[in-house]
Design a binder for this molecule. Structure first.
Ligand code: NDP
Length: 328
């Protein structure tokens, strides 16, 4: 990262560098990046504002979820040819001392799934929806950012729980995908709908019991006005505001929460780390039983990383956006 973005990030904020890696020391492994994840939270880390994770440093690589192959090992736990998941730098190759790496089981699904449905975004969807949203059969669940990595999983789990599911996304292709492929009851294109509140009211004739918020901003303002008594709101993401250059303001939500006895809770997926094993077991069983569908938007080539990342903010992806760097 060469400079910190103001507003939407651009190529100017990045620089490609070529460096020789040193020889491996005892206890180290050489990793070849196979799949690199691009995620909205990275935008927050590019800024130096205080947050729940430290900012990226200037003139150092961005780091995030990477699936990598061990190509050389002087580490007792890892053999050459093993595949691992780690929080690793955006590099084609990197050296690790093994800390924070987890070996991947190829039987659980394709390797790339560990950056999506079987990884952080999948856990986010599962934990946020089930532990905060607590959807009950017959209730109405609205999810914004519905066609992305987290949103597609949220909507499908809500359907498995017997809910009416309404998704909000940014294109007609996405809304058609949500309804026709994933079984959402309704889907609204927020970019072509002039009155979101009216469109939502029509899609949610019985009001909204659970709102899984991936985007914030005006989309969420429209949802709040339709909350039912005892509604639950899982505040997962605010991507509509990540590139804002001034402090965003909006209608006050507290009077609505008060009148509706509604619960609004922000969360970071790691809050639920103790429950990941049970969540992962259920997700794998749903996936293997064909009860969950999963879409990936794979961009090829390490040099495409910045553009792939910008794609998140341009809504280019349906499903999980990631970059394939090398073959396994
Ligand atoms: P997605 O795969 O959903 O990609 C981002 C999507 O956001 C885009 O495809 C785009 O779809 C939509 N979007 C972009 N800009 C806007 C905007 N201005 N207004 C409305 N929608 C917009 O990403 P993820 O599934 O990885 O993440 C979804 C959200 O969840 C993010 O806000 C992320 O920060 C958050 N998150 C939170 C976690 C936590 O621990 N709390 C963990 C993981 C993710 P469209 O075409 O519909 O506009």
């Amino acid at each position: 990262m060469k400079s910190r973005p103001k507003g939407m990030p651009s190529e100017e904020n990045f620089e490609f560098k070529e460096e020789e890696l040193p020889n491996l020391q005892e206890g180290q492994l050489l990793l070849k990046s196979l799949y690199v994840s691009v995620d909205p939270y990275m935008r927050g880390r590019m800024s130096d504002a205080k947050s729940y994770v430290a900012p990226y440093n200037l003139n150092e690589p961005i780091a995030g979820g990477v699936v990598a192959e061990v190509v050389e090992s002087r580490h007792e736990k890892y053999q050459r040819g093993a595949v691992v998941l780690g929080n690793l730098p955006w590099q084609t190759y990197s050296i690790s001392d093994g800390k924070g790496l987890s070996p991947l089981d190829p039987d659980l699904g394709p390797l790339s799934y560990h950056l999506g449905i079987l990884g952080m975004p999948g856990m986010t969807a599962y934990c946020g929806l089930l532990y905060i949203g607590e959807p009950k059969e017959g209730e109405t669940v609205v999810v914004s950012g519905a066609a992305g990595a987290v949103g597609t999983v949220v909507g499908q789990i809500a359907k498995l729980k017997g809910c009416r599911v309404v998704g909000i996304a940014g294109s007609d292709d996405k809304t058609a995908y949500l309804k026709n492929e994933l079984g959402f009851d309704e889907a609204i294109n927020y970019k072509t709908t002039s009155n979101m509140r009216e469109a939502l009211a029509a899609a949610c004739p019985d009001g909204v019991d659970v709102y899984f918020d991936n985007v914030g901003g005006e989309i969420s303002d429209a949802v709040y006005s339709l909350l039912n008594k005892f509604a639950r709101i899982a505040v997962c993401g605010q991507i509509a505001l990540y590139n804002a250059t001034s402090v965003p303001t909006g209608p006050r939500v507290e009077p609505i929460l008060l009148k509706k006895s509604a619960l609004m809770k922000g969360f970071i997926v790691s809050d639920y780390a103790a429950r990941f094993p049970e969540a992962a077991t259920e997700m794998v069983s749903w996936l293997k039983a064909g009860k969950l569908q999963y879409e990936e938007h794979i961009v090829e080539g390490f040099d495409q990383l910045p553009q792939a990342f910008f794609g998140l903010f341009r809504g280019e992806n349906t499903g999980k956006l990631l970059v394939k760097v090398a073959d396994f």
